[in-house]
Design a protein around this ligand. Structure first.
Ligand SMILES: Nc1ncnc2c1ncn2[C@@H]1O[C@H](COP(=O)(O)OP(=O)(O)OP(=O)(O)O)[C@@H](O)[C@H]1O
Ligand SMILES: [Mg+2]
Length: 442
């Protein structure tokens, strides 16, 4: 898709988001006016705790910065149990304030429920604390209480979820992205898993999905990132995360269902309580490898790897994922009735394909390049955790594919045999392939 088309779509998306946010508006305490207009709710953050120790002067400065915030209720985003609201302090510095919103009619007595929420939040905060300072994750500022409820205060990620961005980047009407763009997003997502493992070994996010990955657009709009071929991703929502040495989350205990674990993306071990090794398996980073590969699959195919809601399907998601193989990877090229129309939306691929003399040859060439994507991500979607490749292997396989994609197409068109990497995708040059850096703020 051309940058211009995409920019126009981004504009529409932003307007739609604005409507959604204002329709959603939070019930709140007294509204206040702040310079710049709009209704904001003044909230005092009490019992403020900072993620790392500071001297008295540093602590005082943080307290001044964070203890009174104006919440923009018209700019709140809801997920499963969380509500993330944009806030600014008196100097206009933006923050994200996350609170948990539990249904009123849940099981158990209210005091116990409140205690469970607090413990779950402790765990979420603790996971984020382990990633403090790591690029690719919202910066953590602290936690405290607002209106008697626990909140986490973190960086406000200016941007959109991958779910939303994927709609803007789609090259066909079924929501498929160019396989090359899907591979680039996948490379950048797996790079974050690698960083997470390096910084906080043993920490698993456990609910990776397109709704929990954001594309930050503060420095570069989505269209420009797509054109540059590198994405500024942020993994959000550590509400389902776990450390290898920790037991199941408190909310799972208290409410009887795992918090998070979006079935379309989660591995089978996150979808059952009945397998003896499941508790151990559920705290492994291999959970994230499966889910991130499912995200990449979904970007390329416009749908996740298993059709859990298929008509007549009576089996549980766990059974579907253990009894069936993922649906064959059908990319925008495979599925296109009008291949030229798809290629008009992916100029880089079109340039590589320009020498094709007939459509049959062109389709075969694209299919051989796209098969590399399957060769890298399908091995992640196996039931046996131990057989899944590591995040490093997948990142390197996707990086090599991104680098070689145009050459693979050209070589296939020229009659050469594309050099298919083995499953898991060893980099073609044999070395560690690093994804390009996201441009820094200008
Ligand atoms: N730091 C942030 N800055 C901006 N937006 C965010 C941030 N964190 C989350 N969001 C947005 O808010 C939405 C909901 O947040 P989040 O995913 O943390 O809550 P949730 O899915 O309800 O979580 P939980 O699993 O804890 O119930 C996200 O999908 C994302 O759009
Ligand atoms: Mg979420």
């Amino acid at each position: 898709m051309s940058g211009e088309e995409l920019r126009a779509r981004e504009g529409e998306g932003a307007r739609a988001d604005g409507r959604r946010a204002s329709e959603e508006g939070l019930a709140g305490s007294a509204a206040a006016s702040v310079p710049g207009g709009g209704a904001w709710r003044l909230a005092y953050v009490t019992d403020l705790e900072l993620p790392h120790p500071l001297d008295a002067a540093g602590r005082d400065a943080c307290l001044r910065r964070l203890s009174a915030l104006f919440l923009d209720d018209a700019c709140a985003r809801r997920g499963g149990l969380g509500r993330v609201t944009r806030a600014v302090n008196a100097t206009g510095e933006p923050f994200a304030v996350k609170a948990l919103v539990l249904p009123d009619d849940g099981p158990g007595d209210p005091a116990r429920r409140a205690e469970i929420v607090r413990r779950a939040f402790d765990e979420e905060y603790e996971s984020q604390r382990r990633l403090v300072g790591l690029e690719g994750f919202p910066q953590l500022y602290g936690r405290g209480m607002v209106d008697g409820k626990p909140v986490i205060i973190m960086e406000w990620v200016e941007g959109e979820t991958l779910e939303h961005a994927a709609r803007a980047l789609a090259v066909d009407d079924d929501g498929r992205l160019s396989p090359l763009t899907a591979a680039r997003l996948g490379r950048d997502l797996f790079e974050l898993l690698v960083r997470m493992d390096q910084k906080a070994g043993g920490l698993a996010h456990r609910d990776l999905s397109p709704a929990n990955v954001m594309v930050r657009t503060r420095e570069l709009p989505l269209a420009d990132q797509a054109e540059a071929g590198a994405f500024d991703l942020r993994i959000v929502d550590f509400g389902s995360s776990a450390l290898a040495q920790r037991r199941e989350t408190s909310l799972t205990e208290g409410f009887g269902a795992p918090r998070g674990a979006t079935p379309d993306y989660a591995p089978p071990e996150m979808l059952t309580d009945d397998v003896p090794q499941a508790p151990h398996a559920r705290v492994s980073p291999a959970v994230d490898v499966y889910a991130a590969a499912s995200v990449v699959y979904g970007l390329a195919c416009g749908r996740p790897p298993f059709d859990l809601g298929a008509e007549g399907e009576v089996r549980s998601p766990y059974r579907c994922k253990t009894e069936d193989a993922p649906a064959p990877l059908r990319t925008a090229h495979d599925a296109a009735p009008d291949l030229a129309a798809v290629l008009r939306r992916e100029p880089e691929v079109a340039a590589a394909a320009a020498s094709a003399s007939d459509e049959g040859l062109l389709r075969a060439a694209l299919a051989s390049a796209d098969a590399r994507l399957g060769a890298v991500i399908l091995p992640c979607l196996v039931v046996d955790q131990a057989a899944r490749p590591s995040a490093v292997t997948v990142r390197d396989g996707l990086a090599a594919l991104c680098r070689d994609y145009a050459d693979l197409v050209r070589r296939a068109l020229g009659g050469g045999t594309p050099d298919l990497a083995p499953a898991g995708g060893a980099p073609c040059d044999g070395g560690g392939v690093r994804p390009p850096r996201i441009p820094r703020a200008r």
